[in-house]
Design a protein around this ligand. Structure first.
Ligand code: ATP
Ligand code: MG
Length: 217
């Protein structure tokens, strides 16, 4: 089976995440597993809802879609969440499956700064979704965003829209529908009593209201 691991804070999960996952799954995968962080390593912790609540929102959002799953692997591990650790754990658990790591274009551009970035790219193939304001038309330019040690050998395959890292690994770019939706904007809307209808699933909106998640302090 081809499985995509979609890491993120998901604070909260929204249609930008869900639609990107849908289009990536349609083209590449049999299953997408959303993996909410415990503590996101490169974000301000204060801005985050409880991990358990972010996990529950993800579960609510994917209900009824059998190819989507949610994993609590990072929350169980505790502490700061590093994708490298998650990828190693998934590799052990899904020995006989093909694993991919999914990010949006903005996250891919920051990949160089992730813990063990080079090792990650040598361990798992990536699939990168489009995101407004983060174009990836020019794949040759994107090589610049790879960790320094990988740049020299990386090659662009324009036909397959991928950067080949080495004989085993590649980063695929899929021009998914660019939905200008972010969790930050959604949290701000909640704080300011601005409608979030149609930016994320209704059941998630209701959960947020019931649990008073993003009210102004
Ligand atoms: P925040 O505003 O809090 O950073 P976010 O909307 O960026 O939230 P994250 O949880 O940070 O959501 O993102 C998790 C992953 O989903 C990242 O790889 C990110 O690039 C991707 N992603 C987020 N929003 C979109 C979107 N609208 N379209 C495509 N990918 C997205
Ligand atoms: Mg983000």
């Amino acid at each position: 089976m081809k499985i995509g691991i979609f890491g993120g804070t998901f604070n909260p999960i929204h249609y930008g995440h869900l639609r990107a996952a849908e289009e990536i799954a349609e083209k590449f995968l049999d299953r997408v597993i959303f993996v909410p962080t415990n503590i996101t390593s490169n974000k301000n912790i204060d801005a985050e809802a409880h991990p358990q609540k972010r996990l529950e929102m993800a579960e609510i959002a994917i209900k009824g879609e059998p190819k989507f799953k949610v994993s609590d692997i990072e929350i169980q591990r505790g502490g700061f969440s590093y994708s490298y650790d998650t990828i190693i754990e998934f590799k052990k658990k899904y020995k006989n499956d093909d694993l991919y790591f999914i990010t949006g274009a903005d996250a891919f551009l920051g990949l160089k700064n992730w813990k063990n970035a080079e090792a990650i790219l040598k361990t798992i193939d990536f699939i990168v979704a489009g995101r407004p304001k983060y174009g990836f038309k020019n794949l040759v330019k994107l090589i610049d965003f790879l960790p320094d040690k990988l740049k020299r050998d990386a090659e662009v395959d324009l036909k397959e829209r991928k950067i080949v890292i080495d004989e085993k690994r590649a980063v695929y770019f899929l021009d998914t529908t660019k939905l200008d939706i972010s969790s930050t904007a959604i949290r701000n809307n909640f704080k300011n009593n601005i409608s979030n209808l149609f930016l994320l699933p209704n059941d998630v909106i209701n959960y947020i209201i019931k649990n008073k998640l993003y009210e102004s302090k």
